[in-house]
Write a protein that binds this ligand. Sequence first.
Ligand SMILES: CC1=C(CCC(=O)O)c2cc3nc(cc4[nH]c(cc5[nH]c(cc1n2)c(C)c5CCC(=O)O)c(CCC(=O)O)c4C)C(CCC(=O)O)=C3C
Ligand SMILES: [Fe+2]
Length: 393
Amino acid sequence: MTGTEAVPRVLGATPAAASGPEHVTEPVAYDAILLAGFGGPEGQDDVIPFLRNVTRGRGIPEERLEEVAHHYRHFGGVSPINDQNRELKAALEAELASRGIDLPVLWGNRNWDPYLEDALAEAQERGFTKLIAIATSAYSSYSSCRQYREDFARVLEEKGLEGTIQIDKVRQFFDHPGFVEPFIEGVRNAVDELRERVPGIDPATEMRILYSTHSIPSTDAAKSGPAERGFGEGGAYAAQHLAVAEIVSQEATGGVIGWDLVYQSRSGPPSMPWLEPDINDRIAELPALGVKAVIIVPLGFVSDHMEVLWDLDNEAMETSEENGLVAVRVPTPGTHARYVKGLVDLVLERRDGVPVEQRPALTTLGPWYDVCRPGCCENVRLGFKPAAAGLAP
Ligand SMILES: CC1=C(CCC(=O)O)c2cc3nc(cc4[nH]c(cc5[nH]c(cc1n2)c(C)c5CCC(=O)O)c(CCC(=O)O)c4C)C(CCC(=O)O)=C3C
Ligand SMILES: [Fe+2]
């Protein structure tokens, strides 16, 4: 700490995240923000081509694809994710305007229209050469960080824009207050709601908080984040979720209510290990512990996309009911004012080259890196691919 300002760093600073080549503290004159989304289908005809885009070369079993296609078909073939990103883009533009910041927002997706290619074409047309990307994913792993960076590099290469357009990326923001505070508020509200719905309930013994995130293959998890920091089997991915869950529990309940980190939306062949326990398996164990009500927190997700609507609001809710539990699902950050403000702060942090000591982070793991090391979050199954926004090898 420099002592200039009280930064809300609940657990104090950690040497591992201290200033180094992974943090950029030189100001950069960015031309625009690149909002990089996942993308989703917007009609029945889009469903299969979209799923082909997502799963190309991944070895996802046919039955799993049919199952996921069914989730989309249930909602008319429309994923909510594109509208959520349209709303986020509008909210970012309003926040930027209200703060007098002149940075246009270009939106492009990895897997569906509008594509990253379209956003880059627009950047080229408008003569932009320095973009700061916000990917709609908060944690470190292949799927939630590196895959975005590889796609930036691929599109720049395909368009012959390497060396002309620079794409930087804001740090993974899992422990930024703008991302975490909406969850704290959501858990507080959920506790109040459950007290009303289950009169006389004892939160300490009869409530449980389940922090849920996307399962990923165990090999991807082990490779998430820099190996040097020794995060163990679950890698930075599991460590980050555990640290954020701890903070949310402390801030929202004083640590009184018991909690677990659980996983959802497993894919891949059954023979391949993915992170566990599955949320539904954990829910089924809770009645035997005396639990009567469960608070489901979609801690791994920035908005209410398909995995939240289907796997939590449908499946996990049904499992809770079957097990005689009252359940509440907490909102995702979505377009919460604190989240939107936080994303703009993350952009300014890079534009202005804010010293690391002044960057807010609520866990000892962060503030996370601006530029990743060469092998960070590499996918061992798919092999090495070049990635933008990284340190030179
Ligand atoms: C960590 C993670 C996030 C980040 C969490 C976050 O920050 O949001 C995320 C986000 C998303 N994943 C999404 C959709 C899909 N993901 C799939 C497949 C996979 N996801 C994986 C992981 C993640 N995925 C993995 C390891 C696979 C296996 C294939 C592979 O190794 O790459 C498949 C194929 C079918 C299947 O296998 O399930 C689909 C359709 C959507 C759009 C939802 C909508 O339309 O609303 C979003 C935002
Ligand atoms: Fe996914």
